[in-house]
Ligand binder design. Structure first.
Ligand SMILES: [Zn+2]
Length: 62
C-alpha cells in the first residue's frame, strides 16, 4: 500500500497514512481525532513517475 500525506484543516497537522490507491482521496482522521483531513499534494507526487538517476544513465563514455 502506498503512503499518502494528509493535512488536517482543524489543527493544521500533517500526517502520513498507508492506504489503498482507490481510497487515496478519501478524508482522513488526524492524530488528534479530527475528521476531514485532505490529501496533501506533495512535490514528489507531482513530479512523479520513475525517479531515473540521470547521472548513471549517461551516454557513451568519451
Ligand atoms: Zn487535527
Amino acid at each position: 500500500m502506498p503512503l499518502y500525506e494528509y493535512v488536517c484543516p482543524t489543527c493544521d497537522e500533517r500526517f502520513e497514512e498507508l492506504r489503498p490507491i482507490a481510497r487515496a482521496d478519501d478524508e482522513a482522521t488526524c492524530a488528534r481525532g479530527h475528521v476531514g483531513a485532505q490529501r496533501a499534494i506533495s512535490l514528489f507526487a507531482t513530479i512523479g513517475g520513475a525517479c531515473a538517476p540521470s547521472a548513471s544513465l549517461g551516454g557513451a563514455p568519451t
